[in-house]
Design a binder for this molecule. Structure first.
Ligand SMILES: *[C@@H]1O[C@H](CO)[C@@H](O)[C@H](O)[C@H]1NC(C)=O
Ligand SMILES: *[C@@H]1O[C@H](CO)[C@@H](O)[C@H](O)[C@H]1NC(C)=O
Ligand SMILES: *[C@@H]1O[C@H](CO)[C@@H](O)[C@H](O)[C@H]1NC(C)=O
Ligand SMILES: *[C@@H]1O[C@H](CO)[C@@H](O)[C@H](O)[C@H]1NC(C)=O
Ligand SMILES: *[C@@H]1O[C@H](CO)[C@@H](O)[C@H](O)[C@H]1NC(C)=O
Ligand SMILES: *[C@@H]1O[C@H](CO)[C@@H](O)[C@H](O)[C@H]1NC(C)=O
Length: 485
């Protein structure tokens, strides 16, 4: 006969009411005030990046854009920060005589242009946005006069201008598909840093404005490329023109690896020294362009609910690491797997971004309750009076839609109230795609295709606190936001 497994024996002894395999009991104590090392929060840590050439389309020809951004404003009281840039910023030249916002030709509407020009109306459109804007300009072509001319128009026409980037992902300049003029000869992090130093000094001087440049903007991991490498190569003149330091990041991988909490913590460790280097010179550090998988995303990964959970955990952990703002990239309209919305449908990742922004809305400090070594996460957000405001709990176990969806118990202790309410972020599975009709829910609500308006009744779960402790059941591939006030 078959020898019973240990688990089968266990069931024989105790009956079927035992804890399913893979279920865990997780306990976190919520500190009454921000623990030492807590990070302070930006007013709107969740930002959006638009590919340079596609920005006018998003703002004039994609209905969802305005409402999707406005939904974030409803959470925080301010419009989310945006950044306009990307690979095509280094293919773009300013044409003061052009009346069009962008001029280019492509063989297929889903192609990104190999080169383009843009008129001053590009900045007029950016100026209509009621939130802050970072504009990425061209360094690759090594035409500093053109970039200074563009920067001056941006400065003059945009009261919402936060900063200007000089070049995008310069480490690729020497590669075949990139503008190479500035990278003629040898091109190393050190050579790029010298180039950044002289460009920052020249553009900063031309604009006559301190703290106007978002510097860095590499994608290759620190320490080879990044703020810690760049800063010592900038002199005091250039440093005075720097507003903040920015890096890009596309972790890639499978849905399982992407959404893994320990994987996220591990992926982001590389930014710690870079953030410290920026803070040591009194500057902020941001992820100026990021998303799940580079090159517009991966069809089997980027549009999924697992990628939504990645988005949520990633930006919360970024905030814990003192990364002030995280700008999630949006590329070619109509060919963008990681995009939060498109012309016709919503993307599941919007739900993760929205849940994270709601968790941090009006918060002043954030701390992580777990140590990053497991599949389970907890983040506590404090208000300006240093009182706990909300806790986000995340079960990053992968559930692909078949078999038992195992739930784990998360217990919070140190809770002062007699009951708490909570909102759940869930979907049928980690592979659910809003654009394929498997729409996630956030507290029972959903965002409509095309309009991005929120629909359904906001639903809270209420749980009794016993002796300062409260326990929630959170299934694999789910998150729960607990309201402590
Ligand atoms: C979670 O809590 C419930 C209710 O107390 C209990 O029935 C269940 O066995 C617990 N599950 C785990 C994984 O501890
Ligand atoms: C808007 O998008 C549609 C659909 O792709 C396209 O046919 C049209 O040319 C676009 N209009 C503008 C002004 O970009
Ligand atoms: C944050 O504060 C603003 C007012 O400044 C308010 O409109 C918004 O509802 C608050 N957000 C949350 C999630 O409570
Ligand atoms: C910093 O470098 C720039 C560009 O080379 C130069 O114009 C400026 O004078 C330098 N500043 C100092 C303080 O050396
Ligand atoms: C992290 O926490 C887990 C419990 O969740 C514990 O088993 C592990 O030892 C801790 N690791 C470190 C490095 O503290
Ligand atoms: C209440 O919690 C405290 C620790 O926080 C513990 O010592 C005590 O035994 C608990 N009481 C009950 C009735 O569970």
């Amino acid at each position: 006969m078959r020898i019973p497994t240990r688990r089968a024996l266990w069931i024989l002894l105790l009956g079927p009411a035992t804890i399913p395999a893979g279920a865990a009991s997780i306990s976190y104590t919520v500190p009454g005030t921000p623990p030492a090392g807590s990070s302070s929060l930006d007013v709107a840590p969740v930002g959006v990046s638009f590919e340079f050439f596609a920005f006018p389309s998003y703002f004039t020809n994609v209905t969802a854009t305005k409402q999707c951004l406005s939904n974030f404003r409803s959470l925080t009281g301010v419009w989310p920060p945006i950044r306009i840039g990307g690979t095509t910023q280094d293919r773009a030249q300013h044409d003061a005589s052009a009346s069009a916002m962008v001029v280019y030709t492509v063989a297929d509407p889903k192609d990104a242009p190999a080169k383009l020009t843009f008129g001053s109306s590009f900045f007029k459109l950016a100026a209509t946005y009621a939130g802050t804007v970072v504009i990425g300009l061209n360094r690759g072509y090594n035409n500093i006069a053109n970039t200074i001319a563009a920067a001056k128009v941006a400065q003059k026409s945009m009261s919402n201008l936060r900063a200007i980037e000089l070049g995008n992902e310069p480490e690729y300049y020497a590669g075949a598909n990139q503008p190479i003029a500035v990278a003629a000869g040898s091109w190393t992090p050190g050579v790029d840093a010298k180039s950044q130093n002289s460009w920052i000094a020249a553009v900063g001087q031309a604009l006559g404005s301190p703290a106007i440049i978002q510097a860095g903007n590499s994608n290759t991991d620190p320490p080879t490329w990044g703020a810690a490498e760049l800063i010592p190569n900038l002199n005091s003149t250039s440093r005075s023109y720097v507003y903040d330091y920015s890096h890009h990041n596309y972790p890639g991988g499978t849905v399982t690896s992407l959404m893994s909490h320990s994987g996220i913590v591990n992926n982001m460790k590389k930014f710690k020294a870079d953030v410290a280097a920026a803070m040591a010179v009194g500057k902020e550090y941001v992820l100026g362009e990021t998303n799940s998988v580079s090159g517009g995303g991966a069809a089997g990964v980027s549009p999924t609910f697992g990628a939504a959970l990645w988005t949520m955990d990633y930006v919360l952990h970024a905030s814990v690491l003192n990364i002030r703002r995280t700008y999630f990239h949006h590329g070619t309209v109509g060919l963008c797997y990681y995009c939060w919305w498109g012309r016709y449908s919503m993307g599941a990742p919007y739900y993760g971004a929205y849940a994270a922004q709601e968790a941090m809305a009006n918060g002043s400090y954030i701390a992580q309750l777990d140590n990053g070594s497991s599949a389970y996460a907890g983040y506590v957000i404090y208000d300006s009076a240093s009182k706990p405001l909300r806790v986000m709990l995340y079960n990053s176990e992968y559930y692909a839609g078949s078999g038992t969806r195992v739930a784990s118990n998360f217990t919070l202790s140190g809770i002062k109230s007699s009951s708490v309410k909570a909102k759940r972020l869930t979907a049928a599975s980690a592979l659910s795609r809003a654009d394929n009709g498997a729409v996630p829910t956030w507290g029972g609500q959903q965002f409509a295709d095309v309009t991005c308006s929120i629909a359904g009744t906001e639903t809270f779960e209420t749980t009794t606190v016993t002796n300062g402790s409260v326990t929630f059941s959170i299934a694999a591939s789910e998150a729960l936001l607990v309201y402590l006030q």
